[in-house]
Every structure is written in C-alpha cells, then in structure tokens.
Design a protein around this ligand. Structure first.
Ligand code: GLU
Length: 468
C-alpha cells in the first residue's frame, strides 16, 4: 500500500481545546470529520488539546464530550490527551536537533525584542542558527526552516495556497523550560495518530504553513488538509454571542433534535446539489471535501427550524419519544409519567406534523400533560357558557356508545352540532376549552383519542357540572 495519506484508509480527528463549551463551529468541524470517516469505513479520533494548563479544565472536556454525544457523533478509541504526550513531543524535538533540522537558540526574550526593533519588517532570524561554538546555557529549540523559496499547501478546499519562506521565522518547537510548543504537538500527534485528513476551520490555515514545515523536516508525509470557512451570523459577520445561540448546548435547549442539527450543520458550508433535507445514511454517502464551499456559511434560524420540523415530522415515534425524554432531562424538566407518556404516544402522529421544535411539540401536547380538573384560561373560558355547556352534555350522551375513533367521534360531534343548529366550530370551541383549557390545541378529536374515553368524558363532566 502507498504511504501517501490520501491513499491510506481514512483517519480523521477532532481536536478541541477544552477551554469552554462546544461551539457550533466546533460541532460542525467534528461533524465533517465524522461524516468523512464514517462514509469511508475510516476512523474518527478525538484529541483533547489540553496543553494550555491555565485555560484547560476537566469540566470543559466533559462539556465537549457531552456535546459530541448529544449530537450523536461517536469516536474511535479513547480520547487522546495532548498534554500527556508531552514527552513524546520533546523526543521528536531532540530527534530533529540530532538530525540538524532544528537547532539550539540561546537568544533571550530581551535580545529577540531588540532584534525585532532593529528589523521591524523582518521575521526574527536567530544568530544561533549556524553557530558552532555553543554555550552550556538555557536554550530553546528552533526549527531550521527553509529561508528561500515558498511553502506551498494544496488544500482540498482553498486550493493552492503559498507563502514566501522569508515570511516565516524559525519557530520554537521546544521552549527553554523543556515544554513543547503547540505547533510541534499538533504535528507529532497527527502523525502518530495516523491522521490522513485534517479538516478544520480556516482560522488554522496560517498555522498549517508552519506545521507542514515540521512534517517535511521529519520526512513524514503530509496529511490532506481541508480548511473550512468559518460560520457567520445572519448579518454576514463572524458568529458571536450577539447573534444568539453559539454553543451546541444552547441549540439543544432551544429544542432542535440532534438528527436535525446534524442535517442542518452538514449543510452549513457543504452542499450536495440542491438537497436540503437528508438523513445520516445519505449524508455519509454524499459527504465529500469537494462539496465544501469556499465562502463562509451563514447561520439561518429559519432554515434550521424548517429542517428541524422535517425531522420531527418524519422521525419514528419511538425515536421522537427518546429525543423528547433527553430534551426534558437537558432542560431540567420533570420526566414524563407513564400516563403522560401513553397520552403523548397516542397523540404523536398528530403532534409531530405541526411542531418545528420540541418546545412547540410540548406546547401542543400540553393537554396530554395536565391533570384534571382542567382550568380554562381567560380566552378559553369565553366559549364556556350555559348554552355551550348544554352542548357538551349532549355530546357526552351522544358518544356513550360510539367506538372511540376519530371518525366516529367526529360523526357524533357533527350530529350534536346540527341538532343544536350550529356549525361544528361552535361545538369545538367549548370542547377544546374543556379538554385542554386553551384555544390553540391539536384537533379536538385527536385530543379525545389521545386522552381516551374515560379521561375525555371526565373533563367534559367537570365543565358540565358547572352548568348549575
Ligand atoms: N485545538 C484547535 C482548536 O480548538 C484545533 C487544532 C486543529 O484542529 O489542528 O481550534
């Protein structure tokens, strides 16, 4: 088998820095890497870039893992801690020193600052690069970067990108305190983890010039790079808190199901023809680097709602119930009681057609969640007077012997309305008030079938009892 990463079985990775929560941009990066690997029978690895000890916290790592799990992205093997690999990073720096692709630099920060002041237009050139007489003193290890020519990256999204080598200084790979730098750590880890494709935000493109210099210096084949444009807000500006939700957990709390988020995030910067709505199997089959756009994607909450409504509407009832359970748990709401679950399950086919988010679904399902006696709100109360209560009594009598199906209930209601010389709407309003206590609900017949005969009639009875 060839040693070109592009020809090896695919290995991708997601490499978050655990300094906060999982940002929507990070979630999309993870999703792209996951889709690319999973669509090709490859591996998707996780690396926690926790070398910044002051900013990295275990809570942040937990939050990221939780976010990935919520989104339904599974990774292979244990997450790799970058910090725990620091000895290996140092070992590579020493290997480079021995090979002459790196050198010891004894310049102090003050000396470097002075040099920069004297040479404002140039990147730092260490006087120790070619020195032969070396002191026994603290030193950093710097890459012996090429001085002439260009460093060129063939990026799968950005195309050919190049920078003159005179723009890049000999970066430090091992600090004078013996700790490896981020640039070195990333390259060593990507190499050791066998990463074939690095798919990440284009804010890392400038780092990539430096990273490929280390790959080249070590004689390691470079992975394929794909730098994806960042996500912008609806106004075209870089996404920030001003735009509303930016953390994946915030989207979860707004009640978009994970499957909908996967669909929506996949479309954020990637396209497959005009396909907007798809499932995981299609996404895995279709996802390719060539479909990633070069222009930044814009977050569009209207579109997200549309995608979310589609997934809620087409999801299997059992799956939707699980998603609902998770949503209630995530938002610290009480879990469904067995009775609530039964009623919601019965109402689900009607509920899921209209709801675009889980809170909308729960709002429509409120009639199934409340207990008797139902307290009609002010608006609903208006349709409950002695005349309409009389009709509810008549309906109660009329449905005593019908089988409790939507059709038969509707037939009975139509007949009662007719006998009272009113349209069905005039009966539906008090019926709705009695069953749900409010004016916007699913259809009264869907509510009656979901609640069942006994509970429905009891709710009607509660109101007719008040007729006096
Ligand atoms: N740790 C970096 C970040 O969170 C990602 C580095 C990489 O993907 O190479 O932005």
């Amino acid at each position: 088998m060839s040693d070109t990463p592009a020809d090896r079985p695919v290995v991708t990775r997601f490499a978050p820095s655990p300094t906060g929560y999982l940002h929507i941009g990070g979630a999309r990066t993870a999703l792209f890497n996951w889709l690319y690997a999973r669509g090709r029978g490859g591996k998707f690895l996780l690396r926690i870039e926790d070398t910044d000890r002051a900013r990295s916290t275990p809570e942040a790592t937990e939050a990221i893992l939780k976010g990935l799990a919520w989104l339904g992205l599974d990774w292979d093997g244990e997450p790799v801690s970058q910090f725990q690999r620091k000895d290996r990073h140092a070992e590579v720096a020493l290997q480079m020193l021995a090979a002459g692709t790196a050198y010891k630099c004894f310049s102090t920060p003050e000396e470097i600052a002075q040099w920069r002041e004297a040479n404002p237009r140039q990147s730092f050139q260490s006087p120790w690069r070619d020195a032969t007489d070396l002191p026994d003193a603290p030193h950093a290890i710097r890459l012996r970067a090429p001085r002439d020519g260009e460093t060129v990256i063939e990026d799968a999204v950005q195309g050919t990108v190049r920078v003159g080598n005179d723009q890049l200084d000999d970066m430090i790979i091992l600090r004078s305190d013996g700790t490896p730098t981020y640039m070195l750590a990333v390259v060593v880890d990507d190499h050791d983890m066998g990463v074939t494709h690095v798919i990440r935000g284009d804010d890392h493109l400038t780092n990539t010039f430096r990273q490929v210099q280390i790959f080249d210096a070590m004689g390691w084949p470079r992975p394929v790079f794909a730098h994806i444009p960042l996500i912008h807000g609806e106004d075209g500006k870089k996404l920030s808190k001003r735009h509303g939700a930016v953390g994946l957990h915030e989207f979860a709390a707004l009640g978009y199901p994970p499957a909908a988020m996967r669909n929506y995030l996949a479309r954020l910067g990637w396209s497959h023809g005009d396909d907007e709505l798809f499932d995981d199997a299609q996404a895995r089959e279709w996802f390719d680097l060539s479909g990633i756009n070069r222009a930044p994607a814009r977050l569009d909450f209207k579109k997200l709602e549309h995608v979310s409504g589609h997934h809620i509407g087409t999801m299997a009832d059992d799956d939707l119930l699980l998603v609902l359970d998770q949503f209630l748990a995530d938002t610290d709401a009480a879990p469904l009681t067995p009775q609530q679950r039964n009623r919601i399950t019965a109402a689900l086919p009607a509920l899921k057609e209209k709801a675009r988010t889980l809170p909308q679904l729960l709002d429509q399902a409120r009639f199934a969640l409340i207990d008797r006696p139902v307290e009609p709100d002010e608006k609903a109360s208006k349709s409950l007077d002695s005349v309409s209560r009389g009709m509810l009594s008549a309906l109660t009598a009329a449905v005593q012997h019908v089988s409790w199906t939507r059709d038969e209930l509707e037939q009975a209601a139509k007949q009662v309305a007719e006998e009272n010389g009113v349209g069905l709407g005039k009966l539906a309003a008090p019926l709705r008030a009695a069953l749900a206590g409010r004016t916007t609900t699913p259809s009264v017949f869907d509510m009656m079938t979901a609640l069942g005969r006994e509970e429905s009639l009891a709710r009607l009875q509660d109101q007719t009892d008040l007729a006096g």
